[in-house]
Design a protein around this ligand. Structure first.
Ligand SMILES: Nc1ncnc2c1ncn2[C@@H]1O[C@H](COP(=O)(O)OP(=O)(O)OP(=O)(O)O)[C@@H](O)[C@H]1O
Ligand SMILES: [Mg+2]
Length: 345
């Protein structure tokens, strides 16, 4: 730790320890080679290791197995440009406890030069509770969308067609004696008819009934062909799934995959300047793979945090136990890939 010249190093060290100890976040200080050199009490509670156990560990042991291999090079990357930053911007981070259990985390990294060595202070927040709430919000908003869609369809649409019938009757009654007024009423009938069509379209987007009647594959084909007609962008769907998928995929899962496709296609159209979009749905070796790829301009590193779309796509994937990955290269466009463990019976 850097100590100002006029400060007694022992006092400064004690002060630093007291601050670390009282922090509400888990704090782990790590040497350049990845050894843990200091932790606070919150870190002990979070991970289930004692302070002594921590002192003999590499920080890589706190990283879940599937990400562990890549961690040393990421650590080196940090040390070659040490600056205060959030770890894994844009990625969902997880940590692993002594008992093997995983939990989602947010981690801030601060460089901590100690003599000739560069240490790093990782401040860790367990976001299990927050994620649970976010997933719940996605669930609630899906139900709300359905409710509004159904109200629109059952209530507003039928009222509008009732009004349309009445104005038609008035129009017919006026036709012989007052053609001018009859023409006006005819206009009203047409406008009410248009409003009815529009309300039905909105309801359709809110309650994708095609999912229930024809299943996910068909719903994706419909969705994509609608976009093609509307925006004139070449949209292709490739399906490698058996028709049994639609019978066996639970409807709450199908709806989330459908919404992810809706958002990813909308993003490609809105942001990518692409010529074509390819949506693929494949069932391979116990995994249902959904991919939405465009050949547009790709994404910038911090783009994901811009809007609500990515946030909700990720939460939707979590709701159904799927993993969502984004790969974006300036030359190759963007691909959103959602993998769900699933096998047909
Ligand atoms: N396919 C894509 N190609 C290029 N950039 C993209 C693509 N998808 C997303 N982006 C970038 O990522 C940002 C975040 O996308 P996100 O869907 O989260 O938000 P949004 O589309 O801007 O707003 P919202 O979805 O809330 O209406 C976008 O603003 C855009 O800059
Ligand atoms: Mg969006």
């Amino acid at each position: 730790m850097n100590v100002p010249e006029n400060e007694n190093p022992d006092v400064a060290n004690d002060r630093f320890r007291a601050v670390v100890e009282s922090a509400p976040n888990g704090i782990v200080v790590v040497s350049q080679v990845g050894l843990i050199t200091m932790v606070n009490q919150r870190a002990e509670e979070m991970f289930g290791y004692s302070r002594d156990e921590f002192m003999e560990m590499s920080v890589d042991q706190l990283v879940p197995n599937r990400f562990r291999g890549a961690h040393p090079s990421r650590r080196e990357g940090f040390h070659s440009h040490p600056k205060k930053r959030a770890m894994g911007a844009g990625r969902d981070l997880y940590a692993v406890r002594k008992d093997g259990g995983e939990f989602p985390v947010e981690i801030a990294l601060t460089p901590l030069p100690e003599g000739d060595e560069n240490h790093v202070l990782a401040s860790i927040v367990d976001i299990t509770q927050r994620k649970r709430l976010e997933v719940e919000i996605v669930r609630i908003s899906e139900n709300e969308q359905r409710r509004i869609g159904q109200d629109l369809h059952d209530d507003l649409c039928s009222q509008l067609s009732g009004i349309g019938c009445l104005t038609k009757v008035i129009e017919q009654k006026l036709a012989s004696e007052n053609p001018e007024e009859a023409a006006l009423v005819k206009k009203v009938t047409e406008m009410v008819g248009q409003a009815g069509i529009r309300a039905r379209e909105i309801a359709k987007g809110l309650v994708p009934t095609v999912l229930e009647t024809k299943g996910l594959s068909r719903a994706i084909v419909d969705l994509v062909s609608r976009q093609q007609d509307l925006y004139g962008i070449k949209c292709e769907v490739k399906l490698k799934v058996s028709s049994r998928l639609d019978e066996q995929l639970p409807s709450h899962v199908a709806v989330q995959l459908y919404r992810i496709t809706q958002e990813a296609v909308a993003n490609a159209i809105k942001h990518s300047d692409c010529d074509s979009i390819l949506v693929e749905l494949k069932l391979i070796e116990g995994s249902l793979e959904l991919s939405i790829r465009d050949d547009g301009k790709g994404m910038q590193p911090n783009d994901e945090s811009e809007g609500m779309g990515f946030f909700t796509m990720k939460r939707r994937a979590e709701v159904v136990g799927a993993a969502l990955a984004v790969s974006a290269a300036i030359s190759d466009g963007t691909e959103i890939k959602c993998s769900l463990p699933f096998a047909l019976i």
